[in-house]
Design a protein around this ligand. Sequence first.
Ligand SMILES: [Zn+2]
Length: 155
Amino acid sequence: MALNHTRLIRCCEALREKQTMVENQELRKAGLKVTLPRVKILQMLDNTEDRHMSAEDVYKSLMEAGEDVGLATVYRVLTQFEAAGLVVRHNFDGGHAVFELADGEHHDHMVCVDTGEVIEFFDAEIERRQQEVVKEHGYEMVDHNLVLYVKKKGS
Ligand SMILES: [Zn+2]
């Protein structure tokens, strides 16, 4: 058992190292110098289950992980990430701005007005209809951002 445990830890360390290399590469590709706060924050965004995090969420998660990165630094780094195209900022109504990695396929969002939870969705029919509506108005789509404000049924 002890051996397996050691092996597991070694494996985790190797994985973390490899991941840090990936993050370093991502930063360089985005034209950003590799600094510890940037790597830590990018790692946090890469590994979190919560794809949409406010600066405060990132700050709290880093603190819980024992990382010493101040809130002002988190704000600054997230803004730099946004400018570099690494993350997308969403300013949903009635809450803090949330950030997500700009790595995914196109999707839209629902925001729960009670809990602030952000739910991603993609609907081919809605996408198609939007294209048609834009065309009917004599335009072509450049980008779009659809946000539905929702609450749990019956609440
Ligand atoms: Zn999203």
